[in-house]
Design a protein around this ligand. Structure first.
Ligand code: COA
Length: 142
């Protein structure tokens, strides 16, 4: 981290974020595709239309995010959790997940699932997630 203490960190649900910050987060996470270059506006929907979108801010800059797709009554799927490389390993990802869970539970959501990227399941297991035995993640393919 360049300067300033981690106590300046703010983690909160948001409904909008600077598109430039979102692009940097997506690129660092390795989620950016060349086709997005001409239409980055989809990122505004990701923030606005997620049931819960949590942003982590340090010195007013968006340095981490996580979101939940949900009916906000019963079930939710956590998606797109990432922290800028410079800020990883400092407990920020953990706080993003905990904030998402807190907000979902406040709304009565009692089933929270996610598909962990390869190599990241230990991160989620520490936060209370367990393997869904015999379940298989599937994706629709055109
Ligand atoms: C996964 C990610 C969000 C974790 O964020 P982070 O802020 O570095 O995580 P934290 O510092 O809160 O780590 C919490 C705990 O999980 C562990 N952990 C973090 N990332 C891990 C990983 N990729 N694999 C295994 N364990 C991990 C940490 O060691 C830490 O353990 P500790 O509390 O015993 O020290 C971050 O590495 C990232 O942005 N990765 C790239 C995008 C990505 O893969 N996202 C997941 C999509 S499913």
């Amino acid at each position: 981290m360049s300067d300033g203490p981690l106590s300046e960190l703010i983690i909160k649900p948001i409904k909008a974020a600077p598109i430039e910050d979102l692009i940097i987060l997506y690129k660092e996470a390795g989620w950016w595709e060349s086709s997005y270059d001409t239409q980055p506006e989809f990122l505004n929907h990701i923030v606005k239309d997620s049931a819960v979108f949590v942003g982590a801010f340090w010195q007013k800059k968006l340095i981490g995010m996580g979101r939940a797709l949900s009916d906000l009554a019963s079930d939710a799927y956590i998606q797109d959790v990432t922290v800028l490389k410079e800020f990883r390993g400092k407990g920020i990802g953990k706080k993003i997940i905990q904030t998402l869970i807190e907000k979902l539970k406040e709304n009565g959501v009692d089933w929270i699932g996610l598909v962990a990227q390869p190599g990241t399941s230990p991160f989620y297991k520490e936060l209370g997630f367990e393997l869904l035995k015999d379940h298989v993640p599937l994706r629709y393919k055109d």
